[in-house]
Write a protein that binds this ligand. Structure first.
Ligand code: NCD
Length: 479
């Protein structure tokens, strides 16, 4: 008798996986290494199994890739499966203007699982909405790259045994690097301390900083003088292992312990020049001189690769350099993820692989298409000319009762609408035909009530659409 399969599951963010599921992926990856590694190179998969013998993976890549695509395809071949590939947008129907929704609807009939890479933030999540089969995000704009994070964490865990209480420095383009964004969420979730070393003007984006502090319980601690503000250049993100330990962090000796603790790994990223208007920027270089500092004496050097100039090739021979192993682990880790998403394991707990990270459930507001209000991120997938004819802007309504405020966050690219912009929004009530300015009216709204609301970018737009002010004569608060 065949067992019923759990519902189709997509991995578009590292936060689609619970910590326990991440550990499960690592156990399965470790099992593949134990059974299939090259006897001379323990981190290299050298043999194959027939676990996925009847399965096909499609790699749909709208952006250049070496490691991600080839390691996914190698993983599928090592599992005994087959690959179909569309890796050059110029020779696919994308060049004719085909939408992502149509492409995915068609491709899901040709294969069992798809990995997608796209230059737009949120593309994988939009694709997942139209897919009957699991969609894995192989990197979407500067949003996230969850499977790179799985390789990064697996590498750290293999090296350091545990992910808890590590201190990780992250260097370079923290704004444009999708690998960094998935990585910092995971580090916070596993209780690590993050030491940001951004290139000038390339700090973590505000929405990532905010989520680290508000959703993943990180706290800003100055490297010198105790508590710090978000955005302070000398600050660490400290995340306690257990939420109740947060209260202990400001205690002087604890603070000093954290500041004094040596770095366990330096994670280097290249300048993501394809995501910036300027092609040259001042940029830190990690080399032997940098690594000579005592605090890095035991620090592994990591890089998602490709490297350009930011990581000196002279470090390749340094015992602390582990970036080529990190890339090699892409095969067992992706074998594990594919086999779990396709429920190929007989063991009941592995066969289920359903659940995910317990995220806060925010109601979602869907903007009627063509009504003007858009996610503020110009690189969001819903701003793409091929997608915006059918893809509604969908925004989480995040109620902050303590601050008496509501926020909007794009469901696809997860960028927050800035307060100064949202303060001008007009929230129109379709039943009463009135509007009020600012997002206060959305406070304590349920998903159902949101269906009776349309948000306009400003009062004038609401009035043009035939709505009257809720409190006539009262001036807008802002704008
Ligand atoms: C990364 C990516 O594509 O985001 N590469 C990778 O998948 N290993 C990093 C990068 O391009 O800088």
């Amino acid at each position: 008798m065949t067992r019923a399969l759990p519902p189709t599951r997509h991995i578009t963010s590292i936060n689609d996986l619970s910590n326990k599921e991440i550990e499960t992926i690592f156990e399965v990856a470790q099992g593949f290494l134990q059974n299939l590694a090259d006897p001379n190179v323990p981190y290299r998969i050298g043999r194959s199994t027939d676990l996925a013998a009847t399965c096909i993976l499609a790699s749909l890549f709208y952006e250049p890739s070496t490691r991600t695509r080839l390691s996914f395809e190698s993983a599928m071949l090592r599992l005994g499966g087959a690959n179909i590939t569309s890796a050059d947008p110029a020779v696919s129907s994308a060049a004719k203007g085909e939408s992502l929704a149509d492409t995915i609807r068609v491709i899901s009939n040709y294969c069992d699982i798809v990995v997608i890479r796209h230059p737009r933030d949120g593309a994988a999540r939009l694709a997942a909405e139209y897919s009957q089969i699991p969609v894995i995000n192989g990197g979407d704009g500067s949003h996230e790259h969850p499977t790179q994070t799985l390789c990064d964490l697996f590498t750290l865990r293999t090296k350091n045994k545990s992910l808890r209480n590590m201190k990780i420095a992250i260097s370079g383009d923290l704004k444009g690097s999708r690998t960094i964004h998935s990585f910092v969420y995971a580090l916070a979730r596993f209780g690590a301390t993050i030491d940001p070393l951004p290139a000038p003007g390339m700090e973590l984006p505000p929405h990532v900083d905010r989520r680290l502090r508000e959703e993943f319980h990180s706290r800003m601690v100055s490297k010198t003088s105790g508590e710090a503000d978000s955005g302070a250049i000398d600050a660490l993100y400290v995340t306690a292992d257990q939420p109740h330990q947060l209260a202990l962090i400001p205690e002087p000796e604890k603070h000093e312990d954290i500041v004094r603790k040596k770095i366990d790994a330096v994670y280097v990223t290249r300048f993501q020049k394809e995501r910036w208007a300027e092609k040259e920027r001042p940029y830190p270089k990690i080399d032997a001189k940098f690594m000579r500092d005592e605090k890095y004496s035991e620090a592994s050097v990591m890089h998602p690769l490709p490297r350009v100039n930011e990581l000196d090739v002279a470090l390749d021979k340094d015992r602390r350099a582990i970036y080529f192993q990190q890339a090699a682990y892409g095969v067992p880790v992706r074998m594990a993820l594919i086999s779990l998403l396709l429920h190929l394991h007989k063991n009941k707990s592995l066969h289920q692989f359903a659940g995910g990270f317990a995220k806060p459930e925010h109601p979602v507001y869907a903007q009627p298409i063509g009504t003007g209000l858009q996610c503020g991120n110009a690189n969001c997938i819903v701003a793409d000319p091929s997608e915006r004819q059918y893809a509604a802007n969908k925004l989480y309504v995040i109620d902050e009762p303590v601050q008496h405020r509501c926020k909007l966050r794009c469901l696809y690219c997860e960028t927050d609408v800035e307060d100064a912009v949202a303060d001008r929004f007009a929230v129109a009530d379709l039943t009463r035909r009135t509007y009020s300015v600012g997002l206060d009216a959305l406070s304590r709204t349920t998903g159902d009530r949101l269906k009776h609301v349309v948000i306009y970018p400003n009062e004038a737009a609401a009035e043009r659409a035939g709505f009257a002010p809720r409190e006539p004569g009262k001036k807008a608060r802002a704008g």
